[in-house]
Write a protein that binds this ligand. Structure first.
Ligand SMILES: C[S@@+](CC[C@H](N)C(=O)[O-])C[C@H]1O[C@@H](n2cnc3c(N)ncnc32)[C@H](O)[C@@H]1O
Length: 307
């Protein structure tokens, strides 16, 4: 059985859990592998050296795909070619967002569903910055082990908060020393699709509640897929013995478009369509016939500040 087959948690449930190689946990590896593939291009948009480190720590197909030894892997398909561009684009967009927030004086960074995000090691943070990383316990455990073994030092103080984002994550964040009276910058990247609409609403409300004036938020937002496409893709994934799972892991629900929700709650910002951003940075778009198109057509990158 390949590592990719193990992504099959297939049915989500209210209290499901996972480690880095199973169910939603493996999606963190999938996007890390994308960043590693981007870093190995001749002219990468961004270089995340930790992404490769995480994939090699797991090994098997996650390492083979970086070595060109997994030709059947989804990440080296036509879909994968575009998906890697999407990950590179969003990494660049949110890196730029964080540098803007740090320049504006923010020293508290909160990353719900941090997965294998390496920004606490990779970005040049001002002294005194604390990065709060929230994710499932076993995901953070794997990540912490690899980072410790790397011998590298973080560029900010990194605090792990092992919590399910469908539970009381706000209490856990406050319990870890987060100060709601000081400004903060939040990043919701690669997360909303894996949460039911109610938990998305609670996430937005929690950010708004805990964010002092002059705080920032950025969101990798997506419209739900048509019910027809969603059901057909799930059926196809169920029938397939192998291959990366995605549609089986998502809720395909949307509480509200992030830019609308935050604007209605007094934040000021903008949403850029992923397709427009890719044009701006000179990366190709999938055509409408591509398997990647429905995802690309649904995504927007949002950033906003609290007045
Ligand atoms: C696609 S990965 C994105 C990781 C990271 N933000 C990035 O872009 O590299 C999705 C992450 O969301 C986390 N996640 C999804 N649902 C969660 C939940 N209910 N509680 C905690 N973490 C969750 C997974 O464990 C995984 O690390």
């Amino acid at each position: 059985m390949s590592e990719f087959t193990r992504i099959t948690g297939l049915m989500r449930s209210d209290n499901d859990t996972w480690d880095i190689t199973t169910s939603v946990g493996a999606t963190a590896l999938f996007v890390a592998a994308s960043r590693a593939l981007e870093a190995n291009k001749p002219n990468p948009l961004v270089v995340d050296p930790y992404a490769e480190m995480f994939c090699r720590a797991v090994g098997g197909e996650w390492a083979d795909v970086l070595d060109g030894k997994a030709p059947e892997n989804k990440l080296v398909s036509e879909f994968g070619h575009h998906f890697v561009n999407y990950q590179a684009a969003r990494t660049k967009f949110f890196d730029t967002y964080f540098y803007g927030a740090a320049d504006a004086g923010v020293r508290q960074i909160v990353i719900p569903a941090a997965g294998l995000d390496s920004r606490a090691y990779r970005l040049a943070w001002p002294t005194g910055t604390v990065v709060y990383e929230l994710d499932q316990p076993q995901v953070l455990e794997f990540k912490g082990d690899v980072l410790r073994r790397s011998g590298e030092s973080p560029t900010a103080e990194r605090r792990e908060i092992a919590v399910d984002l469908r539970d009381d994550w706000q209490g856990a964040l406050l319990g870890s020393g987060f100060d709601p009276a000081s400004s903060s910058a939040w990043l919701v990247e690669g997360l909303l699709v894996y949460l039911p609409a109610s938990a998305q609403g609670e996430l937005f409300a929690g950010i708004d509640r805990l964010a002092a004036p002059s705080s920032h938020v950025a969101v990798d937002d997506g419209k739900p897929f048509s019910e027809e496409l969603y059901q057909a893709a799930r059926d196809e994934e169920r029938a397939s013995a192998d291959g990366a799972k995605f549609f089986s892991l998502i809720y395909n629900e949307q509480h509200a478009p992030a830019i609308d929700w935050f604007t209605e709650h007094g934040w000021k910002g903008a949403a850029v369509e992923l397709t427009d951003y890719l044009r701006q940075i000179g990366r190709p778009l999938p055509g409408p016939e591509s398997e990647a198109w429905p995802m690309f057509a649904s995504i927007s990158l949002v950033n906003a500040a609290k007045g």
